[in-house]
Design a binder for this molecule. Structure first.
Ligand code: COA
Length: 297
């Protein structure tokens, strides 16, 4: 067990203003600082009173989920599972603009059907299902765009808080694709079939207040309050019996979990969408910053 996993690395936390109100209580495991810096390139981790804040840290690419982020998130989640110092976790994005603007589209270019399906399956196994089934609460603090894989990442968490400027959407159809990290399953569970269907096939984006009205997020806070208030909720949960909390997570998941068949069908269909001309056109149009023209092939 690596107790040095969650560290505040002084000076590199640009969300520091947001953390000011909780910083005085942050635990520091200074001897492991260099080890951690080597360990993660695309995420940051910090332990605050038993709460591990995991920040996806590619702000110049709107925190898009590339392979490195998926691998590092997977490793961080393994620590959340096994490190007794960690009682719960928050997943958020660096900066004020984006939580996560989706899977990294630049990694889609060379993927065929098998490659697309593998990408979805690996992400589901390493990160999304691991979050959903975590024995400790994992909450998304959505600080900006949560699109595609970003919305799916938030939905895999046990519940969600959001800043007033957060925006949610599943824009995969703009790229000739479908969601591959559980979006077709968890959005239906969280907001119901009709609205989920509309959002998934229009690619419309919704703001935080609408997301709250739909039940997609539980609380909307100002950007400054997002982390302190989310930490406050988790501190309240930490006063409850941990084994009971873990059992409730399992049972609530059983009541409302993404069906295994639905998730594996989604992986298959996601892969199939990579074998279409529309995927080539949609991803090329995004990268060339122009509107896509789909042939339906
Ligand atoms: N994958 C890879 N790169 C991404 C990305 C993604 N999902 N989302 C944003 N980026 C990159 C942009 O390409 C750009 O990079 P550049 O500066 O090297 O050109 C950078 O992040 C900033 O994004 P930009 O599009 O310039 O910001 P914007 O304010 O004009 O638009 C969004 C913001 C979120 C509306 C727009 O970035 C977007 O539509 N992103 C893709 C969302 C998506 O389709 N997600 C699902 C993927 S399956």
């Amino acid at each position: 067990m690596n107790i040095g996993f969650c560290i505040l690395v002084s000076g590199i936390v640009s969300n520091s203003l947001i953390f000011d109100s909780v910083k005085k209580n942050v635990k520091r495991f200074i001897p492991f600082q260099n080890h951690l810096k080597k360990m993660y390139q695309t995420i940051k981790t910090e332990l605050t009173e038993g709460i591990c804040v995991i920040t996806i840290n590619r702000p110049d690419k709107l925190n898009a989920l590339n392979k490195d982020v998926i691998n590092e998130l997977g490793a961080a989640l393994d620590e959340v599972y096994t490190n007794a110092e960690i009682k719960s976790a928050i997943i958020t994005g660096e900066g004020l603009k984006a939580f996560v603007a989706g899977a990294d589209i630049t990694e889609f270019t060379d993927l065929d059907a098998a490659g697309g399906a593998a990408l979805a399956q690996v992400g589901q196994d390493k990160v999304f299902s691991k979050i959903e089934n975590a024995p400790k609460p994992v909450v998304a603090a959505v600080n900006g765009f949560a699109l595609g894989g970003g919305c799916e990442l938030a939905m895999a968490c046990h519940f969600r808080t959001a800043s007033e400027t957060a925006k949610f959407g599943q824009p995969e159809v703009n790229l000739g694709l479908i969601p591959g990290y559980g979006g077709t399953q968890r959005l239906v569970q969280l907001i119901g079939k009709g609205k989920a269907m509309e959002l998934l096939i229009t690619a419309d984006m919704i703001k935080a207040d609408e997301a709250k009205a739909l039940g997609l997020v539980n609380h909307v806070f100002t950007a400054e309050e997002l982390l302190p208030k989310t930490i406050e909720i988790l501190k309240k949960i930490q006063t409850k019996a941990p084994l009971a909390v873990a059992k409730i997570i399992t049972l609530v998941n059983e009541a409302a979990t993404a069906s295994k068949t639905g998730l594996s069908n989604e992986v298959k269909a996601f892969g199939e969408s990579f074998a279409t001309e529309d995927k080539i056109e949609g991803t090329a149009a995004f990268l060339e910053k122009r509107a896509a023209v789909f042939a339906g092939k």
